[in-house]
Design a binder for this molecule. Structure first.
Ligand code: KMH
Ligand code: ZN
Length: 280
């Protein structure tokens, strides 16, 4: 066992791409492997310790192609020391079987959403049997899940999952509150406080991200409650009202500054690995 980290440490996760924004709408979105790796390198230097990865095909469209996922994991491991978290959420159009197969790419961590959510005009489908299958697979493959919570019902579902199947691989329970999705919980300090209050006792850490204009309200609320932060172009495309984000690094730099005001120091990638219980 390792000594606990000082409480001032701040885990910053960057979510650089997502599955929703098109390259046409946002040419600065990292959609090729080269762009993704370059962004990851910059974001690590700026203070990120984990990267939440969605990949694209040659036409810049979301894909869960296994070969590409494996190449992406390998390239990120070669060029960075970031904790590599693959999205199992994919896009709203991805079949559940393809989303389970993401674990074949052997990432350090995987996202695991705790229930179905209306997602804008679409549905992000996460039926309970799928959640259970994905969780058991993550335990088997020794991949550390990050539980994505889009609403309060999913906070409750996490308790049910842990009661039924026990702790994740690595023994830590890390969640991410994804707030402000049209269809999910609001991106406000009040909603964050309600969600954090209801987290299962087994939760060892949590981060939060606010979609779109809720990004700052959620980041500030998370810092004030002692939480961690996720940022990136998956979640927000403006740096101020009407001003497009230039790069993921810019978003990471901003939360490093916010963290400094809150007297929080970005976690190193090594610290993040032991903090999250990632396989050595
Ligand atoms: N793209 C969303 C439908 C995840 O990465 O696990 C789902 C998502 C969550 O982004
Ligand atoms: Zn995602």
């Amino acid at each position: 066992t390792t000594a606990p980290l000082p409480a001032d440490r701040l885990l910053i996760t960057v979510a650089p791409t997502g599955a929703e924004t098109t390259k046409e709408d946002c040419p600065q979105l990292p959609t090729t492997l080269e762009e993704l790796v370059a962004t990851a390198v910059e974001c690590e230097a700026a203070g990120a310790a984990m990267v939440h990865v969605h990949i694209r095909d040659d036409d810049h469209r979301p894909t869960l192609d296994l070969g590409r996922l494996q190449d992406t994991v390998a390239a990120l491991r070669e060029q960075t020391s970031l904790v590599v978290q693959l999205s199992t959420g994919g896009s709203v159009h991805d079949p559940l079987a393809d989303r389970l197969r993401v674990l074949d790419a052997a990432p350090d961590s995987c996202s695991l959403t705790m229930g179905t959510t209306n997602f804008g005009d679409d549905v992000f489908s996460n039926p309970w049997p799928f959640v259970c299958d994905l969780y058991q697979l993550s335990q088997e493959r020794e991949v550390v899940p990050e539980f994505e919570l889009f609403d309060l019902g999913q906070v409750h579902a996490l308790q049910r999952l842990l009661d039924r199947y026990g702790l994740p691989f690595g023994g830590r329970v890390h969640c991410d509150l994804v707030m402000g999705v049209p269809g999910g919980m609001n991106g406000t300090a009040d909603a964050l406080v309600a969600a954090v209050r209801d987290l299962p006792d087994a939760v060892t850490s949590w981060s939060a991200t606010g979609i779109g204009r809720s990004t700052l309200a959620v980041a500030l609320a998370s810092l004030s409650k002692g939480g961690h932060l996720r940022v990136g172009m998956e979640d927000v495309l403006t740096i101020a009202r009407g001003v497009p984000v230039e790069s993921n690094r810019q978003l990471v730099e901003r939360v490093v500054e916010l963290g400094a005001i809150a007297q929080r120091t970005p976690m190193t990638t090594d610290e993040a690995r032991s903090f999250l219980g990632i396989r050595p």
